[in-house]
Design a protein around this ligand. Structure first.
Ligand code: NAD
Length: 346
């Protein structure tokens, strides 16, 4: 090995080890020690290194995996449909012209159009909730299982805890429920509930939570569901993984509208839209960015999904993320200031 390639291999190994540590702190302990922007920067450096030198890509590289292993204290749930990550796109908001500002967005739309052989593609746009992903399984309209994403293949059984989240229906609001419905969505803590919780922590002399995302994750991943019940958690659906005994809607937009008729919360208030083309995506991104600070919950970007399910299937997946969707991230709101571990009771 030449000195140059040795140096690259060493850097790749160093990045992989760092990202593994950060994954463990963030996903398993709910206690990150670096801001997300720093994590994203290192992740991208490793991904670019591996793309330029495929021989450096180890099968267990953080770029090939989702999340982190579930905590053994929880019963495991093997996901019938894997819970994946999302590829990221960033914009350079200081760039003077559209093409430079949104180059990665334009590249995403080009890849999708090329993959489908179409001149125009319709996208469903939503906020990227900064909470944690969960799966909810309803059998004949009754909530029977709730799980975290874990490593994407196996998650943690947190059914009892999810039953305490008031906006999650225990029974679907329909006289004719599907035999099986698996909903995917995000559990989060509203900013006002986070502030209230931290005020209560301070009054008791307990440590404050670092941010709403960590408070939500730490509150949901409790072995005692009475603790979860005391925390105010919210839920917003963003997709359907499985349907049996009913016709699955043909687009993401109609799927979300169907969930709403079943009593499942989804984001409203002009925060979901269907648009065409990179300029439509960019308008959505900038419109939601202007409202970001006044939203009731934290978001770290927006998500675009090809709207038609048949087109989603045609595009398929890469190792850890769908090809038909992308997370368009916003600039970091603030650096990580307080970092406190939350007692995940194990
Ligand atoms: P991701 O958060 O970038 O994307 C996938 C997740 O997005 C899904 O699992 C889901 O929970 C969520 N999501 C929110 N809104 C959605 C919507 N409308 N539709 C679909 N999904 C939606 O992927 P990831 O692999 O979970 O996390 C990576 C990110 O987590 C990094 O970019 C980084 O910001 C952060 N992270 C930070 C650290 C750290 O140490 N600070 C460590 C690991 C990860």
């Amino acid at each position: 090995m030449t000195t140059m390639s040795q140096a690259l291999a060493e850097r790749a190994a160093e990045l992989a080890a760092l990202l593994e540590r950060y994954n463990h702190e963030y996903y398993t302990l709910d206690a990150p020690t670096v801001p997300d922007a720093e994590y994203d920067r290192l992740f991208r450096e490793l991904a670019e290194l591996e793309a330029a030198h495929p021989e450096l890509r180890r099968p267990d590289s953080p770029t090939q995996r989702v999340g982190a292993a579930p905590l053994p204290a929880f019963a495991p749930v093997v996901h019938a449909v894997p819970m994946l990550s999302l590829s990221n796109a960033f914009s350079d908001l200081d760039a003077p012209d559209f093409a430079t500002r949104h180059a990665e967005l334009i590249a995403f739309d080009e890849r999708v159009r090329k993959g489908l052989g179409q001149a125009v593609v319709e996208y469903a746009c939503e906020p990227k909730f900064d909470g944690l992903a969960v799966s909810l399984v309803y059998e004949n309209g009754v909530l029977v299982q709730g799980a975290t994403r874990g490593d994407g293949t196996t998650g943690e059984n947190v059914t009892e805890n999810l039953r305490t989240v008031r906006s999650i229906p225990l029974r679907l609001e329909t006289p004719n429920p599907p035999a099986l419905l698996e909903v995917r969505g995000e559990v989060l803590m509203l900013k006002k509930d986070f502030e209230r919780l931290n005020a209560e922590q301070a009054a008791r002399g307990d440590k404050p939570f670092a941010n709403p995302r960590n408070a939500a994750a730490g509150s949901l991943r409790q072995l005692d569901s009475r603790i979860t019940a005391q925390r105010r958690l919210s839920f917003f659906a963003y997709g359907v993984a499985r349907v049996e005994g009913a016709d699955a809607p043909a687009t993401h937009e109609t799927e979300m509208a169907w969930l709403a008729t079943l009593g499942i919360p989804r984001v409203g208030d002009g925060l979901a839209a269907v648009v065409e083309g990179a300029d439509g995506l960019a308008r959505f991104y900038e419109g939601v960015l202007a409202r970001r600070a006044s939203l009731p919950f934290d978001i770290d970007g927006v998500v675009y999904k090809v709207n038609k399910k048949a087109e989603q299937e045609a595009l398929g997946f890469v190792s850890r993320a769908p090809r038909f969707a992308i997370a368009h991230k916003y600039p970091a709101e603030e650096a990580l200031t307080v970092v406190e571990a939350i007692d995940v009771q194990v």
